[in-house]
Design a binder for this molecule. Sequence first.
Ligand code: SAH
Ligand code: SF4
Ligand code: F3S
Length: 468
Amino acid sequence: MKDSKITEEELKHQDELTDMLRDILYIRAGNKQPKASVRTYGCQQNVADSEKLKGMLEKMGCALTDDYNEADIIIFNTCAVREHAEDRVFGNVGALKALKKKKPSLLIGLCGCMMEQEHIAQKIYKSFPYVGLVFGTHVIHKFPELIYNCVTSGKRLVERGSDDGEIYEGLPLHRDGSFKGWLPIMYGCDNFCTYCIVPHVRGRERSRRPNSVLAEARSMVKAGYKDITLLGQNVNSYGKGLDEETDFASLLQSVADIEGDFWVRFMTSHPKDASKKLIDTIAANDNICNHLHLPFQCGSDRVLKKMNRRYTKEKYLEIANYAKSKIPDLSLTSDVIVGFPGETEEDFEETLELIKEVKFTSLFTFIYSPRVGTPAAKFDDPYTHEDKAKRMGRLLKVQESIAAERCASMVGKTYRVLVEEQAREGVLNARTQNNIVVELNAPTELIGTFQYAEITEARNWILRGKIV
Ligand code: SAH
Ligand code: SF4
Ligand code: F3S
């Protein structure tokens, strides 16, 4: 296999530029510590990339801030998965114009999935002249060099890499959380579902070596992380192309074997590659969360075929039912697309049937959004947005009662929970292993700790509990 790890020389080169930037950015900020904001759109892959960008910015001497008014550098890490995601970015970039006018030295950079699309990068370049830096998902390791070139030349810069993609090892990292953390195990996607832009903007699938993943997992556990999520667009094909024999279930088992009190979870699992071995591994380990995010997208075989998902409703139900039978209290969650081009009433009803049969804890629901350059964008579609929105309403109603039923069935039981954050004065949000939020009356000192909570009340899909 071609080793797509970033080379030592490259890392060293970026380190040297980082050192120089410490002085340059300090002077640019008016002889004080420069401040930087990174705003993330999209999925956990982007969140994980932003943690690297923030790590690099800190190494350049920047303090991180959420307040754009005081920032010297603002970076938007963008998402291209649906039109709505892109529109939000365009709107928010537009709003930065006034800031740039007030502070001409402000460096505005846009990166992430949107920037890997030629037509979008062009549009940004033309329509937003105050954006100084545009870079894609394949070059984030060159971030110091890009900033350096931008500030020393005073010119606007657009940079994108090759579709083969890189494996990011050895980059600085600033994790957003102190007890909940993301751990990318692979990058890219080779599945080419016909509606999806991700393979086009994230490049080919490539896995990190098990040793690198395990070393990072160990260091997270040692640093006190209690909830670690292994990340990939399709974790079930982990290891493909590596010269050592491995698979995702083995990797997951090795992470679970690390000494310490922590939970491990993962996303996303593609149903076509979800193995019984994976389910058995979850069932056999207390610290692997009994939560499986298994996107089905649609319940109709005809549509699944047009989506290039490479499983049938029957195959999906087989693996979902196997998981339910093996893992007590399993929480199954999923993504579903409503209104894929040509989806008929009968197709849609099959989706409803599947939802009723599996009884998902929660669903991420999306109305189909055509993406430039994907095959589905050219498919015939006789249905209007209004038809699709109506179907979505029906789907949400079905799911609402299933979720409420599921929550009600938890009342009176006691669960181990991880206390996560303050919801409001005197109330904390905790999360069960199966990813359900429980509100607790408890002091903030408990944030970041495991507790046992008895569920006392279920209101729709919100649970209330007390610490026992
Ligand atoms: N790799 C993951 C999905 C990543 S994208 C998987 O295969 O499960 C997250 C979700 O966005 C997808 O599961 C899908 O439901 C939704 N999605 C992707 N492209 C979309 C599009 N063009 N329109 C609507 N929803 C889309
Ligand atoms: Fe997109 Fe399909 Fe890849 Fe998921 S598996 S990222 S939906 S192409
Ligand atoms: Fe969006 Fe890119 Fe993730 S398109 S969903 S941020 S991989």
